[in-house]
Design a protein around this ligand. Structure first.
Ligand code: NAD
Length: 359
């Protein structure tokens, strides 16, 4: 049978980046679709030798593929993540955070959140200014367009996955800014009446997530709230280093135009080149990318297979196991092949029409 083929921009990085890239390629061979990787060298060497041109190339390749997988990069003269975020106008971050069965945590309850955060504005775009000696002031910025983009994304994701959306802010105090946020979310919610939606005050939400985590699924928030909530949730889940996220850019209709997926961890220079890197986070990033392409069954199978193997004790050394990057990758690939009924690599069909990714 012919396998559908999707072009994917792959941004190569530093440290453990090359090992992770090999792991991803190995895993991609186990899928019943074909991912045609288009690599761009964003390693420090590549950036230093090509200068701004490397970012021009990265932007062009990402825009033509519409989905990208980014490996970790050293932050030196500039942060490649920040440059790409600006150049591609990636205004929303989707960060799933879940407890991983078998990975030790202080918090013992299952947690499975999808945090959708507006990555611009709030209090973060204005460093503020002093007023005389003893005061200071800063602007808090909330705009309709990024809120609409994030809300549309969150409600579409909820519709596809059958999950609830909770929007959260301090609308009773920050009446103009957070009031606008909740009004725009409500407008979008009215277009998706089949998706359950509720509103919580942000301070109460933090306590409620800890007390009754099973009540929360997709959480839609402004920039700084999302920043705080992501770190709290990662701390609860004990999975700071094994998380992944999607950075999303939108067109004028608030439909996803480009999506860049990456792991939360850095380049791990202390273990680079030693076949010790844990590829879990980049596999979870790849699973999100597959969902974005509309390949929900394959994306879910990849995520679940990776988590099931971790639970069975198939783990790299950072999680107390004895697997190498290569043996862990092989184990996930073999199990995935079995679950998805994939035998050996098959011929490739022509690329599908450019209707993906999904909004
Ligand atoms: P780091 O995440 O690279 O490493 C912290 C610790 O976690 C190290 O002990 C490392 O060995 C371990 N670790 C990280 N990822 C691992 C993996 N996949 N498997 C096993 N162990 C892993 O953080 P750092 O040391 O603060 O940063 C190193 C470099 O990475 C810096 O230059 C930083 O700027 C960069 N960085 C890049 C990104 C990115 O590109 N998205 C994110 C964070 C940091």
């Amino acid at each position: 049978m012919m396998r559908p083929c999707y072009p994917v921009a792959e941004l190569l990085g530093d440290g453990i980046g090359p090992e992770l890239s090999r792991a991803v390629r190995g895993l991609a061979d186990a899928l019943p679709i074909r991912l045609e990787f288009r690599p761009v060298d964003l390693s420090l060497e590549g950036r230093r030798s090509r200068g701004a041109a490397i970012y021009d190339e990265a932007v062009e390749v990402i825009e033509s593929c519409r989905v990208a997988l980014k490996h970790p990069t050293v932050t030196a003269e500039e942060s490649p993540n920040a440059v790409l975020r600006r150049r591609l106008n990636l205004s929303v971050i989707h960060r799933p955070v879940s407890t991983i069965p078998g990975v030790p945590t202080n918090f013992t309850r299952p947690l499975d959140l999808d945090i959708v955060r507006i990555a611009t504005g709030g209090t973060y775009d204005d460093p503020g200014r002093p007023i005389g000696e003893d005061g200071a002031v800063s602007l808090r910025i909330v705009e309709r367009q990024p809120v609409r983009e994030a809300a549309r994304y969150a409600f579409n994701f909820a519709r596809k996955t059958g999950r609830r959306v909770t929007s959260s802010s301090k609308y009773t105090i920050q009446r103009a800014t957070d009031g606008l946020f909740e009004r725009v979310v409500k407008e979008v919610a009215q277009l998706a009446p089949e998706v359950p939606h509720n509103v919580e005050l942000f301070d109460a939400l933090l306590a409620k997530i800890i007390l009754t985590p099973e009540r929360y699924q997709i959480i839609l928030v402004l920039n700084e709230y999302g920043d705080f909530l992501s770190d709290m949730a990662c701390g609860l889940a004990g999975s700071l280093g094994i998380g992944a996220s999607a950075n999303l850019g939108f067109d004028s209709q608030a439909v996803v135009r480009v999506a860049l997926f990456d792991a939360a961890h850095g380049t791990a220079p202390d273990i680079a080149g030693q076949n010790k890197a844990n590829p879990t986070a980049i596999f979870l990033a790849l699973a999100m990318l597959l969902n974005q392409l509309g390949e929900l069954t394959i994306g879910e199978a990849l995520k679940q297979t990776t988590l099931d193997l971790l639970l069975e004790g198939v783990r790299t050394r950072d999680l107390g196991g004895s697997e190498t990057t290569e043996t862990f990758t092989r184990a996930v690939a073999d199990e995935l092949r079995r679950r998805l009924n994939v035998n050996s690599p098959a011929p490739t069909a022509s690329p599908p029409p450019p209707s993906h990714p999904q909004p």
